[in-house]
Design a protein around this ligand. Structure first.
Ligand SMILES: O=C(O)CCC(=O)C(=O)O
Ligand SMILES: [Fe+2]
Length: 404
């Protein structure tokens, strides 16, 4: 366990790389640049009022990124956010006069703002993640009040395993951890979905993640972005920034109020400690590109719904905690599923396969649904462009591996 002063020294070791990164951000306005430059300068950072001045830069940048479409936000602004965040963190840890617990919790909030809205610097792409790892070496008091009910939920949900008939659907076949060749030939090349059993028995996550206190312990004060509302196609759907501790307490265990879902979230990038609980499946090596595999977390209570949609990459959707029901359709079924017309939603279809409205969507009758209930320890291979609808039947944590 390190003292706060040592933490400061360790954080400050990144100053040199930030100092070289700043001049390379070419389009940044000279006023912001020279202000940031002043704070990288070590004598200036011993001034406690620097927190306020750096915050002013961050507020200004934040205003800029909130204009227009997120995808069009200029990278130089996001790089400047990363640098300003780092400097704010230094000033905060050095000058805050709160108790250590509060300082550390606040420090995680500062870092996560930078991770969410900033972007990697070329020279030190994991700057803020590394700062978080340094903070992890200080022991903060944990506040655990939760009882784990996931086992109860799981048993209830598992009581009915074969629902495929009820939905007039074909049960997706499951096979025991196939050889690489078998998986490649009969599923990847054939573009066929399949459930893989017994491939992740060695994952520590299967045990560790059953207890939601584990996440509070490991990363309670970290901020994440969650989705609120039953599904992203609803008009009242929104997103919210929240700490993991608040999320677990307010949304994982809640039975009333709107559903909160930590969906399609790069949690393992932000909190690398969680990565050691899982392993990238070897099947992901069958790739047509050098792009890294996208590893996404899907963590939520019972009742989260991902409406019928398709994704461009291959997917091994891995169930770690709880149970989900899924409906899959081949790409050739698209016309029977009524994709939304708007460009932003045209990978999403309107039909709800649980209760298809056949008056509104008569062609659905011609579709061929595939169905499964995915249980802890199982992986579902979803070929690229296959439609999928996903509903959690209990508290659930899934990890998807997307690759090209
Ligand atoms: O689990 C979910 O809610 C959706 C998962 C999904 O759509 C995916 O992995 O591509
Ligand atoms: Fe998906």
């Amino acid at each position: 366990m390190l003292a706060l002063r040592e933490i400061c020294y360790k954080l400050e070791e990144y100053k040199t790389c930030v100092a070289t990164a700043l001049p390379e951000i070419e389009d940044l306005d000279p006023a912001s640049k020279s202000l940031l430059q002043r704070y990288i300068n070590s004598t200036e950072s011993t001034d406690p009022s620097s927190t306020i001045r750096i915050q002013a830069i961050l507020d200004y940048m934040y205003e800029k990124i909130n204009i227009g479409n997120w995808k069009e936000v200029k990278l130089f602004i996001r790089k400047a956010i990363t640098i300003a965040t780092y400097l704010k963190l230094l000033a905060h840890v050095r000058f805050s006069d709160e108790d250590t617990d509060t300082i550390i919790k606040q420090a995680y909030k500062i870092i996560d703002f930078g991770i969410l809205f900033g972007c990697p610097l070329d020279k030190e792409p994991r700057l803020l993640q590394n700062c978080a790892s340094i903070l992890n070496t200080v022991n903060v008091q944990k506040n655990l009040v939760l009882k784990d009910t996931s086992t109860k939920e799981k048993n209830k949900a598992s009581s009915d395993t074969s629902q495929a008939d009820k939905f007039n659907a074909i049960q997706i076949e499951s096979i025991d951890c196939p050889s690489m060749e078998h998986f490649y030939k009969y599923y990847i090349l054939a573009e066929k979905p399949v459930i893989l059993d017994n491939c992740i028995n060695h994952w520590p996550a299967l045990e560790k993640w059953k207890d939601q206190n584990y996440f509070i312990n490991l990363a309670g004060p970290r901020t994440v972005s969650i989705e609120i509302g039953s599904k992203y196609t609803d008009t009242d759907w929104t997103q919210r920034l929240i700490t993991i501790e608040e999320f677990v307490k307010q949304y994982i265990y809640q039975t009333e109020g709107p559903t909160g879902y930590l969906a399609q979230y790069q949690l393992f990038d932000q909190i690398p400690e969680l990565k050691s609980d899982i392993t990238e499946p070897e099947y992901c090596c069958f790739s047509d590109s050098n792009e890294p595999v996208d590893v996404m977390a899907w963590y939520g209570p019972k009742g989260t719904v991902s409406p019928l949609h398709h994704d461009p990459k291959k997917n091994l959707l891995t169930q770690v905690v709880g149970e989900k029901q899924l409906f899959l359709f081949a790409p050739s079924d698209s016309e029977f599923l009524y994709p939304h017309e708007h460009e932003l939603l045209n990978n999403t279809a309107q039909v709800d396969p649980r209760q298809p409205d056949l008056d509104k969507y008569p062609k659905y009758r011609s579709s061929k649904p595939y169905y499964c209930r995915l249980k802890p320890g199982q992986m579902l291979y979803i070929p690229p462009k296959w439609w999928h609808f996903v509903e959690s039947l209990s508290i659930s944590f899934s990890v998807s591996f997307w690759w090209e």
